[in-house]
Ligand binder design. Structure first.
Ligand code: AMP
Ligand code: GLY
Length: 421
């Protein structure tokens, strides 16, 4: 079967790498892909958001399965469009992807179905939002753009001045465009963060091994929020007991709620949670793999990923068998200096050749091949993942490997996994 992966990050490199191990995979394409993906699949110069061209391509190349990595095309309805042309695409349809793309909807469905989450209000009008934060709330509190803002639309406010500034930034200055037209304002939750990623065919839910990312740019959880600077799996904070609770109190009810409301969810469901004193509460849902969580999960997955994705499409996930490599995995993200702000394009990456697959897996994010060399094109450039008999060993191997890359112009966190150790 020919397969098309949509996206261009290290998550998509990991997906392509894993799908390529399946005996069912014939030719694999990736649109648009990157400098690392190009060495194991054919990259196609079509943007992840250009649905019309992707459909055309999938028809012309007899693509039997399309796998969509990022949230933006899912929320824009890429899966509906593929299905309308008789093509099979793995991921939620537009109405179900609203769990991530429309936080106001997501909070609303959680509230109506008693799924634990922070108390919240939704605002469409800036004056009403401003009036609310000036009197009615305790601080800290959280202001969120309802739409997609690449993980940057969440502002924790310590005072009403902060909250006023946040509302101005999102609603009036339109820092994230239409994403800030509606705001969710919610209570601040205290606790340890955890995430759980599950596969579902809309009926059956398969909860994957736990993982934990590191959202802040710098060591000690300092600096601005990013897409994620590193991850490890399993995450000891997610005990078997907590995992069962999350499945029972959050995942099963939300899948059921979506089905009842005529938005059956099929694909990857990612719950970001706060483990509070009163139990796990949902911070957000994502409708795709996390990046970099994917880079530490799939190297531990022993099942055939093509089989699993097709089982989700066929509604036969209940029959699938899934095994995991018991060894922990840890991934460190190499980013360009300046990330999560603007970064240059074209800086060469030196030292990659010294890393063998036995030592560590190198998943490319913002890179492209330029003649003989690989150059950086984006903020997050690589995820280097290692497996080890212990988390400590995985960590040593990942840092050994990343240490061989010429650091000029790049940075990475030195404390990935430190808290779990
Ligand atoms: P989100 O994109 O909604 O997961 O928010 C990004 C980050 O903001 C989360 O990973 C949390 O660290 C933080 N956050 C979001 N909502 C809350 C909340 N209600 N209370 C405390 N922290 C939050
Ligand atoms: N690493 C968090 C995310 O992908 O949203």
């Amino acid at each position: 079967m020919n397969i098309l992966v949509v996206g261009s990050g290290a998550r998509e490199h990991t997906l392509v790498w894993k799908l390529a191990q399946s005996p069912r995979a014939d030719k694999i394409y990736c649109a648009p892909g990157n400098g690392g993906i190009a060495s194991i699949a054919e990259c196609v110069d079509i943007a992840a958001g250009d649905v019309e061209k992707l459909v055309e391509f999938a028809k012309a190349r007899d693509i039997g399965l399309t796998v969509v990595g990022p949230e933006a095309p899912l929320c824009a309805g890429i899966v509906d469009e593929f299905e309308a042309h008789g093509l099979r695409a793995f991921g939620p349809r537009k109405a179900a992807a609203a769990l991530e793309g429309d936080k106001a909807f997501s909070k609303d469905i959680m509230t109506r179905h008693s799924i634990p989450t922070a108390a919240h209000r939704v605002f469409h009008d800036p004056d009403a939002a401003l009036a609310y934060v000036e009197e009615a709330v305790d601080y800290p509190m959280v202001v969120k753009a309802s739409g997609l803002a690449a993980g940057k639309g969440v502002i924790i406010c310590e005072s009403s001045e902060d909250a006023v500034a946040a509302i101005r930034k999102l609603m009036l200055d339109k820092a994230f465009g239409a994403a800030g037209r509606t705001l969710v304002i919610e209570d601040f939750l205290e606790g340890e963060e955890a995430s759980i990623i599950a596969l579902t065919d809309g009926e059956t839910l398969y909860v994957m091994e736990s993982s934990q990312d590191h959202k802040r740019a710098f060591d000690g959880d300092k600096g601005p929020n990013t897409g994620g600077m590193g991850a490890y799996s399993p995450a000891p904070v997610v005990t078997a007991d907590i995992q069962h609770r999350i499945e029972r109190e959050v995942l099963v009810p939300v899948i059921h709620a979506m089905k009842r409301e005529g938005r059956p969810f099929r694909g990857v469901l990612y719950a970001g949670l706060m483990l509070t004193k009163k139990g796990p509460k949902v911070l957000e849902f994502n409708v795709r793999f996390g990046d970099p969580e994917c880079q530490v999960l799939l190297p531990r997955l022993k099942a055939d990923l093509v089989d699993l994705f097709l089982a989700c499409l066929d509604g036969t996930l209940a029959d699938a068998s899934v095994d995991w490599d018991p060894r922990p995995a840890l991934g460190v993200v190499l980013a360009q200096e300046g990330y999560p702000g603007a970064v240059p394009v074209g800086r060469p990456l030196r030292g990659l050749d010294g890393i063998t697959p036995e030592e560590a897996l190198v998943f490319h994010g913002g890179t492209r091949r330029d003649g003989e060399q690989i150059v950086a094109t984006g903020g997050r450039v690589l995820t280097i993942t290692a497996l080890g008999d212990t988390l400590r060993e995985a960590r040593e191997k990942a840092y050994d490997a990343i240490g061989r890359i010429d650091p000029e112009g790049f940075f990475y966190r030195r404390d990935i996994g430190a808290r779990a150790l």
